[in-house]
Design a protein around this ligand. Structure first.
Ligand code: 1CP
Length: 346
């Protein structure tokens, strides 16, 4: 393999919009319940405890790489992990998601949050180093939750449909909202810096729930904080991916916040997304995760359609429009990887 054909080079080059021999592919939530080896390794271990064990993090991160031969690994961790290190009592409840014991609803609660000290994340740094060594060349993606998505868990106390309390705080007490988001932006930035220093090849900022906001509110209440995180890494030498669900109307500001790559869900064709983000910004996505339940010829047609729609983008990293659904047949994912490589070979 020549230097520009190593998996690291292909993935990172695509993120930077440079020429690649084929379109790289990985899947959000590629580690997880769709894999029997994951269920076995995680048995009896609480999610956040698993994230604190470097040996287990390494094993869970590698499982999908061994199985599917994807072009990138994503660190096994969670966006709420650093919250536990700044004084939040948070747990991940199976079948529910993150649950916060004492939701943050006022200025006094915001004032109690502590700064994130990097040494509190030594186990993350160790997990990254161990995993990078074991991956022998496949790039590792580090990640963090963006301020809005983290704030939604803290203010609501858990997963939410309408984000009513979160939005109420934004509108009623904008000063408290901005204080909370500034603190969360610092936390996310520190979490990412620790991962970059330990050797990740790219970072993804997950603003999964930002799509609930209008563009005007996104620009006013959220974008400055996400921009603080992304711009804080502009000299880090790694591509920055910025993803949210249902963000077809926010792709331009999400790119302007300082992203090298914008992640797009299945609702927006990549051809429209390419226009929205403008030239110079790559795209990631966007196969409908539920399409993987279809017979293979349908899956194949959908994969080819996504590749075609990405044609005008500055660069393209193939992915699903959101995470792998737990009931997905892992063999279909493996076939998708092979198909993406073959169909995009140039
Ligand atoms: O393979 C991978 O993708 C790596 C691991 C990973 C990532 C990138 C996990 C493990 N979590 C995340 C990020 C994450 N966590 C996001 C952003 C991605 C997305 O939009 O899906 C979000 C919103 C969370 C919060 C969270 N943690 C949820 C969502 C709850 C909701 O509001 O709907 C859930 C279910 C978790 C738990 C979790 N995180 C990861 C796993 C494997 C699990 C399931 C835990 C278990 O089975 O016990």
């Amino acid at each position: 393999m020549s230097a520009s054909n190593t998996p690291e080079a292909v993935f990172v080059r695509a993120c930077r919009g440079q020429a690649v021999p084929y379109t790289p592919v990985w899947f959000m939530r590629q580690a997880g319940r769709s894999l029997p080896e994951y269920r076995k390794a995680r048995e009896g271990i609480a999610m956040l405890d698993a994230c604190r064990r470097p040996d287990l993090v390494c094993e869970l991160t590698l499982q999908p790489v061994r199985r599917h031969v994807v072009d990138a690994a994503i660190l096994f961790s969670d966006i709420v992990l650093p919250l536990a290190e700044i004084g939040v009592k948070v747990e991940i409840v199976a079948g529910v998601g993150p649950v916060v014991a004492e939701p943050i609803r006022d200025e006094a609660a915001v004032a109690k949050l502590r700064p994130l000290l990097p040494e509190r994340l030594d186990y993350v740094a160790e997990a990254v180093r161990l995993t990078v060594a074991e991956l022998s060349g496949t790039p590792l993606i580090g990640f963090a939750g963006a301020p809005f998505t983290l704030a939604s868990y803290l203010v609501e106390g858990g997963p939410s449909r309408q984000y009513e309390r979160t939005k109420a705080m934004m509108y009623r007490w904008p000063d408290v909202w901005h204080a909370l988001c500034s603190q969360l932006a610092e936390t996310a930035l520190e979490f990412l810096r620790v991962q970059v220093a330990a050797g990740v090849s790219a970072v993804q900022l997950f603003d999964s729930w930002a799509g609930a906001l209008s563009e005007a509110d996104y620009r006013r209440f959220v974008m400055p904080h996400s921009a603080h995180v992304l711009r804080g890494l502009s000299d880090a030498g790694v591509p920055r991916i910025h993803f949210g669900l249902g963000t077809g109307h926010l792709l331009a500001p999400m790119a302007q916040a300082g992203a090298d790559v914008v992640g797009v869900d299945w609702r927006t064709p990549l051809s429209s997304a390419a226009q929205a983000v403008g030239s110079g910004v790559a795209l990631q996505g966007n196969l409908e995760p539920a399409a993987l339940f279809a017979p293979w010829p349908v899956v194949e047609a959908e994969v080819r359609r996504v590749l075609e729609e990405a044609g005008t983008a500055t660069g393209h990293v193939f992915n699903l429009g959101h995470g792998v659904l737990p009931e997905t047949d892992p063999d279909v994912l493996t076939r998708v990887v092979a198909l993406v490589h073959e169909a995009s070979a140039r």
